[in-house]
Design a protein around this ligand. Structure first.
Ligand code: HEM
Length: 503
């Protein structure tokens, strides 16, 4: 993974003009204004949806400029697949990811490729996501999910609609805190979000806003926000220090924190420093819940709007789980259709909506656009997942059958990328998929979901995506009196669409 390079690349933001010799061939929005760029009509609060609008207008590769900063966006399936070639491209730590460096430093998500702590932490922590480790987390995930259903039962009895993103955030924060760090934030016992969540949302929102405000103007334009961000970062650090301090006095159960504190690298014998452990704990607490919460929320929105899909998914849960109280670890992976619902939701709204790739050496993108070493592009996953050349003319339509085994095999490689790509792809992917499939299964089995007829999907952005103001009404279902199916429907024993070799 390490990239040794002959000469160092310039530090800080690298504008497109430095790396793309034929930049003028890439279209940009009309009405560009000298000095300030494409700020006319830009929606700074929803930059991803704004870029989607321009993507539709300008095509599969385009550029946008904010003040002196110009960025190339890519979403065409063929171009994005070329950027996935690990021999020529690697993760680029820029924009929002780079803006998180003050809080997450050289933690796994924000580390530069050349930083030694990336490889060290990756090797030490990867076994924490093995099948064996996941099976150990499963009962804890169930415990947290039961706290959610306890709350939803009470809301349902009182005739109140549930706050989906709020409760999914409680669920996923408690799950990663419990499984990774043996910690309980007590989210379900609180009327308001835990202050950790507020501080996290503040930090993510600030990192997003810094993308559109040029560096030298940050102190002027974002003075108040920068002060709040300092306070948010201090709160995150304080919380994490408390979690680590508590662990130093008691033994854990072999979770992620134990690995961080006690495990030496299997080859070099090196250990993570105290400062790096702090960075990793923040990274995992944030990366480990925010995106999964959004994925679950979007999936519940689509299930409530597509009763036929919900009925099919529910039928599968009843058939595979029967009336067992607590489904086993292996019974989750057998919910193939529920998993397709999740994949299709992540296709339309990949909750980490973009990732950046940089050229390892001088190269030509898809034999069309020359790039110098270090030049980079932002892959706009929300649009890649809507490319009509890949997904058809009805790409905007919600249809989980796009992820049946045959359809997946027929599709070009590297066109479904909710978890990023290559060596720096998401380490927590199986964790997220297991947790989300389990929770969707439990909720489908227990409730009918009724949407609010007046609700129109609005997507909030804070580096991640989340349905805004989504509330659902619930009806309790009668318990199922069946024994679980011994064998799955063979037609659904497909290769996993995400972990398949062609992805
Ligand atoms: C649906 C849920 C999730 C989505 C959509 C998601 C998405 C992503 C994406 C796109 C990346 C690559 C970012 C880039 O290239 O810059 C990434 C990296 C990462 N994710 Fe996730 N993620 C999810 C859940 C999780 C969970 C549950 C954890 C931890 C338990 C996690 C931990 C990480 C970490 C540590 C990295 C950095 C990996 C590295 O660079 O070595 N994520 N994730």
């Amino acid at each position: 993974m390490a990239q040794t390079t002959a000469t160092a690349l310039p530090k800080g933001f690298r504008g497109a003009e430095l790396g793309w010799p034929e930049l003028e061939r890439i279209p940009h929005p009309p009405r560009r204004i000298p000095l300030v760029g494409d700020v006319f009509g830009a929606d700074v609060r929803r930059p991803v949806q704004d870029s989607m609008r321009y993507g539709r207008l300008l095509g599969p590769v385009f550029r946008r400029k904010f003040f002196s900063r110009e960025i190339v966006f890519v979403w065409g399936g063929s171009l994005a697949a070329d950027l996935a070639d690990e021999s020529r491209f690697a993760k680029h730590v820029g924009l929002g990811v780079a803006n998180l460096r003050p809080v997450a430093g050289d933690g796994l998500f924000t580390a530069y490729n050349h930083e030694p702590n990336w490889q060290l932490a990756h090797d030490v922590l990867a076994p924490g996501f093995s099948r064996e480790a996941m099976a150990g987390y499963h009962p804890m995930m169930l415990d947290v999910a039961e706290r959610l259903t306890g709350r939803w039962d009470a809301e349902q009895s009182a005739g109140r609609a549930v706050d989906v993103p709020g409760d999914m955030t409680k669920l996923t924060l408690e799950t990663i805190a419990r499984t990774g760090f043996g910690h309980d934030f007590g989210s379900f016992e609180r009327a308001r979000p835990h202050p950790f969540v507020n501080a996290m949302v503040g930090t993510l929102t600030f990192a997003q806003r810094r993308n559109v405000v040029p560096g030298p103007l940050t102190p002027l334009l974002l003075r108040g926000a920068a002060r709040r961000n300092e306070a948010d970062m201090a709160y995150l650090n304080h919380t994490v220090d408390e979690v680590v301090r508590a662990r130093r006095t008691t033994r854990g159960e072999g979770d992620l924190l134990d690995r961080m504190l006690e495990t030496a690298h299997p080859v070099t014998g090196e250990r993570l420093t105290a400062e790096n452990v702090r960075r990793q704990v923040i990274t995992f607490l944030v990366a480990g819940h925010e995106t999964t919460s959004g994925a679950l929320s979007f999936a519940l929105h689509y299930l409530s709007r597509h009763p036929d899909v919900a009925a099919r998914a529910r039928e599968e849960v009843d058939r595979v789980w029967g009336d067992v109280d607590r489904p086993g670890y292996d019974q989750v992976a057998r919910l193939r259709y529920v998993r397709r619902v999740l994949d299709e939701s992540l296709r339309l709204w990949p909750t980490a909506p973009a990732f950046a790739r940089e050229a390892r050496e001088d190269t030509v993108l898809y034999d069309t656009h020359p790039m110098r070493r270090g030049a980079w592009a932002l892959v706009l996953t929300t649009m890649l997942h809507r490319d009509p050349q890949v997904w058809g003319a009805d790409a905007e339509r919600f249809d989980p059958d796009r992820f049946d085994a045959k359809a997946v095999r027929a599709r070009a490689a590297h066109t479904f990328k909710p978890f990023g790509t290559g060596a720096r792809a998401c380490i927590g992917r199986q964790f997220a998929l297991h947790e989300a499939t389990l929770v969707l299964g439990l909720l489908l089995r227990r409730y009918e979901l009724r949407p609010d007829p007046g609700y129109r999907l609005r997507v909030a952005e804070r580096l991640t995506l989340m349905p805004e103001g989504l509330r659902l009404h619930l009806d309790r279902r009668a318990p199922v009196a069946r024994t679980p199916a011994a064998v799955d429907d063979p037609s659904s024993q497909a290769r996993c669409p995400v972990t398949g070799a062609r992805d």
